[in-house]
Design a protein around this ligand. Sequence first.
Ligand code: DOR
Ligand code: ZN
Length: 347
Amino acid sequence: MNNSITIIRPDDWHLHLRDGVMMKAITPESTRHFNRAIIMPNLVPPVVTAADALAYRTRILSACPQDSNFTPLMTLYLTDKTDPDDVAAAFANGIINAVKYYPAGATTNSDSGVTDIKNVMPVLEKMAQIGLPLCIHGEVTDPNIDIFDREAVFIETILDPLRRALPELKTTSEHITTKDGVDYVKSQSKNHCATITTHHLMINRNHLLVGGIKPHYYCLPIAKREEHRLAVRAAATSGDVRFFLGTDSAPHTDPNKETGCGCAGCFTATNTMALLAHVFEEDDALNKLEKFTSINGPKHYGLLPNTETITLKKSSAPFLYPKKIETAEGPVTVFNPGHDIYWQVIE
Ligand code: DOR
Ligand code: ZN
């Protein structure tokens, strides 16, 4: 039995840090264990220009604890009006590491997203030429498509045609939740990857809905059937270079989650590494954890892995992580898988 594991310090390839007092309160939850993170641009208003990204980056750095070396990797929010040359200049100047594609209306603060992929083809063509990665929220928004099918239909109707049109574009399907998403990544060349969240490795739609609705398990893409969770989990624990961690840790206050129309998002920054050690151990794959959290992601983004390490230890007593993070906007509930976790990061 392996009760301790030391791995290269992890990065989070999909993170929501928000802004203002919320950002101030929750940023230390990520900087404690992660060295870098791809920062989502879905603020209100969104991060659309290089100047927006630079200003947001400065605000994030001022929300980091004094002793942290955390590096936010910035993204721009793709809109119908994004100018290919602006995006290229932001990349050339080292201000951004990726561009985020939200179909308009697909999720939280996505109203300014892309209404038709045809509108952004010139930007995507430019990105393919210069090697700038595209992060994709892969769900269709057609009201006639069932919410549980939206990821699979996106792959068929938007992603695959895009990959065929621009095979050299580096793409990441963010937070995949289906076997369809896993199979599609495996069918593609290595410049198409997927991020996987911690919570989608641990919950299926029964956890969300059976025995009473659990608002803190509601996120988008919504958790799917067990067979999909198992496929996603097998991909994460396989060590395959095309799958890596993007927590999608997305804080909303309890009043905004526990209400008649609750917000989508699970907040996992605080305990993600402990939860992942639990998951990987359960699947007899602790030796693949480092690939998932610390090696595969930098490779896709053309960066080197971190040089520091972290150590996780399994104790006989459960890890007592905070149930909530208090913020000036209200409490944010930390994701609780519904059972004890015995792993924790010790250094
Ligand atoms: O559950 C989610 N929450 N999914 C997203 O795509 C956005 C995120 C958020 O910003 O709250
Ligand atoms: Zn997200």
